[in-house]
Design a protein around this ligand. Structure first.
Ligand SMILES: C[S@@+](CC[C@H](N)C(=O)[O-])C[C@H]1O[C@@H](n2cnc3c(N)ncnc32)[C@H](O)[C@@H]1O
Length: 244
């Protein structure tokens, strides 16, 4: 792991330890739609062993737990994981467990998951980190297992669709007055200097899944900034992933 990855881990842990309450209250109709789309694409059944990467306080994990065999939520923030487990207990969901770990150093037994989901997390990783996690997911999934990723998906302004998304975000924040202008400045800094916010386009995500060896790859645009991408690990005897 290089210096910038280590710095990224410290930064993310510090930021998210403090945002447990505020993230829950930030839920917007747009984000709820992305969560719905991830849950829908994961199409979890009662024999599924699910892993939620960057589970937060359980926004996806708890939605899925009712219809899964087990759900393991992984997050860099211990407070997020504690909150998810408290909520699971309150809802009587005994099949939810948690692990505190950065995705950058996470290790799971090969073939131990049938479904891996991740929502609004991987844009925090650098591009090499994203590709690495996708390849690791391929190894952690059983043959036929599914990977579903929801996230903000747009590039750095090279295409007209990127520019449309960015203009839409600026317009929305500007309509919120002084606080909105402050967020425009903050987000512009993070986005331009690739600090915290490092989204890539849906096409880049689809290519990462293909590179890792996934098949039946597809995507769904959900709201202007966010999409869901998904793929399936081939059954035994299918195409081997490069490097696996
Ligand atoms: C925007 S929240 C999303 C939470 C949840 N998945 C949802 O859909 O609401 C991002 C989450 O990713 C976690 N996170 C950020 N960077 C991470 C990393 N490198 N490894 C593991 N978790 C990370 C944060 O702690 C936080 O809980």
């Amino acid at each position: 792991m290089n210096f910038s990855d280590r710095l990224g881990i410290i930064l993310q842990r510090t930021v998210w330890q403090r945002r447990v309450g505020s993230w829950e209250h930030e839920a917007s109709p747009g984000l709820e739609r992305v969560i719905d789309a991830v849950v829908d694409a994961a199409s979890v059944g009662d024999s599924d062993r699910v892993v939620d990467l960057g589970c937060g306080s359980g926004q996806v994990a708890l939605r899925i737990a009712g219809s899964a065999s087990s759900v393991l939520g992984v997050d860099i923030s211990a407070r997020m994981v504690e909150r998810m487990l408290d909520r699971a207990r309150a809802e009587g969901l005994a099949n939810v467990s948690g692990r505190v770990s950065p995705l950058e150093t996470l290790s799971l037994p090969p073939g131990s998951a049938s479904v891996i989901v991740s929502n609004y997390v991987l844009h925090h990783l650098g591009d090499a980190g994203k590709a690495r996690v996708v390849k690791l997911c391929f190894g952690w999934l059983e043959p036929g297992g599914r990977l579903v990723i929801g996230d903000m998906m747009f590039g750095r302004g090279a295409t007209s669709s990127d520019r449309q998304v960015i203009a839409g975000k600026v317009k929305l924040l500007a309509s919120k007055g002084v606080g909105g202008y402050w967020r425009i400045a903050k987000n512009a800094f993070r986005y331009l200097f690739r600090v915290q916010e490092k989204p890539v386009s849906r096409e880049r995500w689809l290519a990462m899944l293909a590179d890792a060896g996934f098949e039946a790859i597809g995507s769904r645009a959900v709201v202007s900034e966010a999409s869901v991408v998904f793929g399936r690990k081939p059954q035994a005897g299918g195409t081997a992933a490069p490097g696996h």
